[in-house]
Write a protein that binds this ligand. Sequence first.
Ligand code: NCD
Length: 295
Amino acid sequence: MKSLVSIRDLSRKQILDLCYRASQHEGKKCHTLEDQIVMTLFFENSTRTKLSFETAALRVGAKLLQFDAENSSLHKGESFEDTIRMASSYSNILIIRHPQDGAAQRAMAVSSVPIINAGDGKNEHPSQTLLDIYTILKEKEKIDGLTFTFAGDLKHGRTVHSLLYALLHFDVKIILASPEILALPKEIKELIKNKIILETTDIRQTLDVDFLYMTRIQKERFEGSSDYTEDWIVSKDILTQYARKTLKILHPLPRVNEISTDVDDTPFACYFQQAQNGVPMRMAILEYVAGAFSC
Ligand code: NCD
């Protein structure tokens, strides 16, 4: 049984094969999961991930069930594990988002069907990484040789963590730009240390790159003491002055104010396209865990 809990479980070849499969799904429907029931269980807010997984499930012909955490027996005291055990007996694939690190792993331990991690706390978000890689390939037709700046909340950003793990498979250079208190966790920095060419708190120095991966300051994950409020913004003015002409900006979204809206109509903006790429990639991911496509 194949689950997608961590991007670290996929090889470079598997990542590239999934991107190829996603490219075959662009703008199309198919029937590969016709007899399957896909269930989304979101214990934390979501717009893009939930909707694009649900769209993807329908586009591969699956039936969809949506677990409603608010009106569930969790409120009678049922455990997460028992909830997952039950859900897995009613459906063929579970897509889970949860505020706690490691929740997807816990779910996999008790589920009788494949689990897709749709984001667990500040830990990982592997399906986002696959659509990020797919977007990068669509833009530049390669990954080796590229330079990336990761900016914003590198401490709590699970999309950053998973994408960095995936980039371990590629020959890339990495710049880290964040306020000091939101720096990348030491363990992850240690893993990518051979790829890091600069660490800074000044985003203007980091824009002569192929991709800027911008992230939201994740205030809801702050652990009590911090009341960080400093703005961390990239605007059209800053980009015109400092950015490489061919720079593309990625962002997992939602954007709050870290990319000003005047950037949206510039050739730098790639984030809305990136979100759309989630549908064909998630079709490929559903097929992969269902065993309908092997890589
Ligand atoms: C991100 C997430 O939930 O981790 N969004 C997403 O899934 N597209 C990023 C965020 O919430 O800032």
